[in-house]
Design a protein around this ligand. Structure first.
Ligand code: SF4
Length: 265
């Protein structure tokens, strides 16, 4: 059996305008394993924090539910509060009735009803919580970029420049992809081979880059995607997106003579 404390915040009128906070606290007191339920104007203020710590000690609470704003705003604050009172920080539950409720409704009846439903679920969830411990583990920060076309090259280059070790895998014997086969690229009509040379040059001088040509992947792309950490994957995707507007102009576009006699494409 748990001993749960519920603390409902008014946030001034931010929440209190569309949720009957006192009624919510009274409702919380009727839920299973809840031994104390209070509402307070500003729960993140020093008196609010002290009230939570006092109740943890006085009522021997082993779970705390703060019904207030987004966890993005004050989850760390309240974790620290309960930790300083001797509770494991992961025995905190935040119920967001500000961003997800009071800021998106004008109806106090509906707002109060939804807050009760959210709080009811949070109490049942809190009863199942177990203390957790944080630990630091080593991860391999190396990145695998699949495909040695212009997008893959640029992604690998950007990552290598940050000091990250990058493996660039290409199924063909050379990198450069389709772009290496075109003459010029839109909109500047620069020579595509010249652009690629600029990309290749840094690879020759960096020790954090390793190209693996003629390596054909046997498994699905999805499997390889999971090998790249989500952080790096996002980064790679944003870099790939940033080089996407390089549109190729094919070599067989007929050349025209310009007024000064030079051929232009
Ligand atoms: S805990 Fe969140 S909802 Fe409550 S007063 Fe502070 S900012 Fe406002």
């Amino acid at each position: 059996m748990s001993r749960i404390g519920v603390f409902v915040c008014h946030c001034g009128l931010n929440i209190a305008k569309t949720v009957r906070v006192s009624e919510l606290a009274e409702f919380a007191a009727t839920l299973p394993d809840v031994v104390v339920a209070r509402d307070y104007k500003f729960m993140c203020s020093t008196p609010g924090q002290e009230m939570i710590q006092r109740d943890i000690k006085e009522y021997k609470l082993d779970r705390v539910i703060v019904t207030a704003c987004s966890p993005l705003m004050h989850e760390k604050t309240f974790r620290k509060v309960i930790e300083n009172a001797g509770l494991n920080q992961y025995l905190l539950t935040i119920v967001n009735i500000r961003e997800q409720l009071s800021w998106v409704t004008h109806d106090i009846e509906e707002g109060t009803a939804k807050a009760k439903a959210l709080l009811n679920g949070a109490v049942y969830r809190a009863r199942l919580l177990a203390p957790l411990t944080s630990r630091v583990i080593d991860v391999n920060p190396d990145v695998l970029v699949v495909g040695g076309g212009i997008a893959g090259i640029q992604a690998a280059l950007e990552l290598a420049n940050t000091g990250t070790k990058v493996y660039l895998v290409e199924k063909n014997s050379t990198i450069g992809g389709h772009m290496a086969q075109f003459d010029k690229t839109f909109p500047t009509l620069d020579c595509s081979a010249c652009i690629l040379t600029l990309k290749w040059m840094p690879f020759c001088s960096t020790r954090t880059f390793k190209c693996l040509p003629t390596l054909k992947l046997q498994k699905s792309k999805a499997m390889w995607a999971t090998l790249i950490s989500p952080l790096n994957r996002r980064r790679v995707m944003s870099i790939i997106t940033s080089v996407m507007p390089v549109w190729p102009v094919r070599r067989n576009v007929p050349a025209k003579a310009s007024p000064n006699g030079m051929k232009v494409w």
